[in-house]
Ligand binder design. Sequence first.
Ligand SMILES: [Zn+2]
Length: 73
Amino acid sequence: MRGLSRPGLAGGIPIPDAEVQLFVKEEQADAATALLAAADARAHLEWVCPACHERNPASFETCWKCQHDLAGA
Ligand SMILES: [Zn+2]
């Protein structure tokens, strides 16, 4: 989630203060909800390491377990 930095924000600030509120017009509420759901789904994507078959969060470019580089570099 580029630009939001929610994990970093939550790290130093009490959680209730780190919560983001988004206000949209009533007629745009359904579209906004769909966008947020899509972004949330992307944030929870995982990939399986081809070397050790461990599951890694989509935000990881290197396997946390065996350090296999997903980019193959
Ligand atoms: Zn691995």
